[in-house]
Structures are given as structure tokens and as C-alpha cells.
Design a protein around this ligand. Sequence first.
Ligand code: SAH
Length: 244
Amino acid sequence: MTGWLAIAGLGPGDAALVTPEVSAALAEATDVLGYARYVARVPSREGLALHPSENRMELQRAEEALRLAAAGRRVVIVSSGDPGVFAMAAAVFEALEGAPELQNIPIRVLPGVTAMLAAAARAGAPLGHDFCAINLSDNLKPWPLIEKRLRLAAEADFAIAMYNPRSASRPEGFARVLDILKQAGCGHRLIIFAHAVTTPNERIEMVSLDEARPNMADMATLVILGNSATRRVGRWVYAPRRAS
Ligand code: SAH
């Protein structure tokens, strides 16, 4: 039996946003690996082994997935949203770099709807002009680099999508993020807090940055700071397509 590995995105939460391609891979799989909360979203069935693991076990999980595929299993490693956005795809390729003997395994990366796009759709079109995405976790990069990127993104007038805004281990970090963006002159800009988008707990808040409070974000929140021209129309927020 020829094994393979699919690195799949489950989307932001709603089963309707799991792509048919991902559903087909899951239907053929013998093994599913991932962070326990994401594996819990995969319906169990006979012949399917579920391998939930803890957060921050990315490299070990990737190595295990490669080993299983090399042994002939049909393996899906799941992420929320898109697997290439602050998720498992990069971890798998990192593991592959360290294991040349596994580089012939058939690997596919199956895209998913990333949280940023689901959040933007709820708000209107805040990413309708140029934007960037920044992971606010300092787990894998130094905090000064996050601050530098925030300052330069603000200066370049990008809309900024922010992943991983808060965690128990660094509760003050997001307050600092809001301060940096205010100091960069963004206080008047609109900011969107999209919590648990497309799940039953969804909550969307839109305020100006000056009105934003750190506790408006938790780890299930995707934050989008608009650019300087982003504005409201009725209950919607959008970034005009033209810039001068
Ligand atoms: N690969 C994922 C991102 C993983 S990082 C993706 O493409 O979406 C985890 C962060 O994603 C969370 O801290 C949060 O900022 C964001 N996120 C994931 N799902 C979300 C959802 N349903 N609603 C809002 N934010 C979400």
C-alpha cells in the first residue's frame, strides 16, 4: 500500500466551510493527527485512527505523520483555517528537511478558509485594499521583531490582520500592541474584533482603535486594524479600492 500525507485546513469552524477536497481526503484517511481541539472536529468512523496531541507539539506531530505515511498509512494532518497560515504545513516541511529519507512521500497541502478571510467577510471588506497578516505570538520569534513589523505595517498604511492576539502566558502583550499602533498614529482607524467566527459563539465588535480595550481579544479572536481610509457604510466596514 502506498502511503501519503495530506496537510489539510478545516476552515474557521463551520462544517460548511470545510472544502470538498479536504472532506475527500478525510474520507480516504487511515489516520488523522493534529491539535486535540481540531482533531475533535473530525467525525470518527471505523478504520480511522485519531491521534490528538497537545498544542506546541508541531514538530513531533509532523515527524509522526511522516513516519506513518512512510509505513503505508493514508495520513491527514489537520489545522484550523488554512494549514499554511501559522499552522502545520511549515512544520511538516521543517520536519522533512531533517529527514531526507522521507522526501519521496507523496504530500499534498489542501487549503482552507483562514480566520482572516472569514472575519473579513463578516465585517464587510476590510481587506479590499493592501493588507498584511502578523502572528502576535512570541512563541517562535522575539517580541522586538513583532513590534518592528507592527510599526512598519502601520507606517505603510496596510490593513493589518492579527492572529494569536492573547494568551494566558503573555496577557500584557496585546495591550502593548494596541499602544504601539496608537503611537504610530492609528488611533482614529477602525479595528475589528472577530471572536470564534462561524461558530455558535461568534461575536464581532467594531470600534475605533482609541476605543479598543485589550480584553476585547482572546485566543479565539482574529483582529483586523483597518487602513487610514477604511470606513463604515451602514453596519459594514470596508477598505476603498482606490488610494492616493
Ligand atoms: N491556521 C489558522 C490560524 C492558526 S493560529 C487559520 O488559517 O485560521 C490561531 C489563531 O487563529 C487564533 O489565535 C485566532 O487569532 C485565529 N482564529 C482561528 N480560528 C478562528 C475563528 N474561528 N475566529 C476567530 N479567530 C480565529
